[in-house]
Design a protein around this ligand. Structure first.
Ligand code: PMP
Length: 355
């Protein structure tokens, strides 16, 4: 079966060599005569994997030796919606509402204290990133979502705040260079730029912890997980291993600077087509367009069947938009080759020739 061009929003494409190496490790891990799936998480082989994964995450983000810890936990980014608040929200927190995931984070935080929504783009179905808002000094932290996977918008800058900055980077972590030391807590589900579903990366500056009065259950407590080097309970062994391989792949490629160049080229390709092809229209405001998820639709719905058939014929998978936006969404994560985006663009221009 020919490999498809996979534009899925997550779980999604990963580097082909990572698929190869991880499938080999299922049969025989490190020439040990054992599968990665059957070894103890306390074995030296796996403890080394966990340590390398945590170190690579900090290294790639430029955060080594700066007071941060990296954790690989379970429960997805959705568990981080409540875990961040559990650990950090004493009285009041400020949230920027840029979409479905921010709204879900807000809902969870309300269980722990007052939530101030500093701005929201809900008035236009989240097709832009609000700007010009202020974050008061008396909140425990400010929470934002760097990339809105469903709507295809991305924060291009982050406010300077006097309080801890917490960010859900699930769908654009490791895709572009930022001053990551501006952030006090970053979390990201693995299943976009890092690995398979099943593990979540948390990068936390240790000095923001331990400031709330409530008792925190062990599994919800960052300090407990830090104390046990991410091994308080059995970690998601295979997802952490595949994440480690993907982070190695990124480092060997030249790190975030290098992948950012590639990501910008891919984004330019698709957005140029959306803008010049009269059959399509983009969903997100131009200045807020995501380099990871391009959202667009057909101007004339009558062409849907033809276009879908052409996509299938070209081996394009996962292009359907999320139900709250409709249309199409091209997710172009780190592992996607520019060729796949070119193939999609060719199908779009073929449609214009045919129509
Ligand atoms: N935040 C963002 C930005 C996401 O894209 C997603 C999932 N696609 C989530 C949070 C939720 O992640 P999970 O399914 O891992 O809980």
């Amino acid at each position: 079966m020919k490999k498809k061009h996979n534009f899925s929003a997550g779980p999604c494409i990963l580097p082909q060599e990572v698929f190869q190496e991880s499938s080999q490790a299922i049969l025989d891990f490190n020439n040990s005569g054992l599968s990665i799936l059957e070894i103890s998480h306390r074995s030296k082989d796996f403890v080394d994997v966990m340590e390398e994964a945590r170190n690579l995450a900090l290294e790639l983000l430029g955060l080594e030796g700066k007071g941060y810890k990296a954790l690989f936990l379970q429960g997805g980014a959705s568990t981080q919606f409540l875990m961040t608040a559990y650990n950090l929200l004493q009285n009041k927190a400020a949230y920027l509402n840029t979409g479905t995931w921010s709204s879900k984070a807000i809902k969870e935080a309300k269980l722990f204290g007052e939530v101030l929504e500093v701005a929201s783009s809900k008035d236009q179905n989240f097709n832009y990133i609000p700007k010009g808002y202020t974050v008061p000094k008396d909140v425990d932290y400010f929470h934002c979502t760097s990339n809105n996977t469903i709507f295809g918008t991305q924060m291009k800058s982050f406010p300077d705040v006097d309080v801890p900055l917490v960010c859900d980077m699930s769908s654009d972590i490791f895709s572009r260079q930022l001053d990551f030391s501006k952030f006090d807590l970053i979390y990201a589900g693995a299943q976009k730029n890092m690995g398979p579903a099943g593990t979540t990366l948390i990068i936390v500056k240790e000095d923001i912890l331990g400031k709330v009065n409530r008792e925190i259950p062990s599994m919800m407590d960052y300090t407990v997980h830090i104390g046990k080097s991410s091994m308080f309970n059995t970690p998601a062994v295979f997802p952490v291993y595949v994440s480690m391989l993907t982070l190695r792949w990124l480092k060997n490629l030249g790190g975030i600077d290098k992948i950012q160049e590639q990501n910008e080229k891919k984004a330019k390709l698709i957005y140029s087509e959306i803008d010049i092809n009269p059959l399509f229209k983009g969903f997100a405001e131009k200045e807020d367009r995501s380099t990871m998820n391009a959202t667009f639709s057909l101007v004339n719905g009558d062409l849907t069947e033809t276009f879908n058939a052409m996509l299938a014929e070209a081996g394009i998978n996962g292009l359907n938009g999320h139900r709250s936006v409709g249309g199409y969404r091209a997710s172009m994560y780190n592992a996607m080759a520019k060729d796949s985006v070119s193939t999609l663009v060719e199908v779009m221009s073929d449609l214009e020739r045919k129509a």
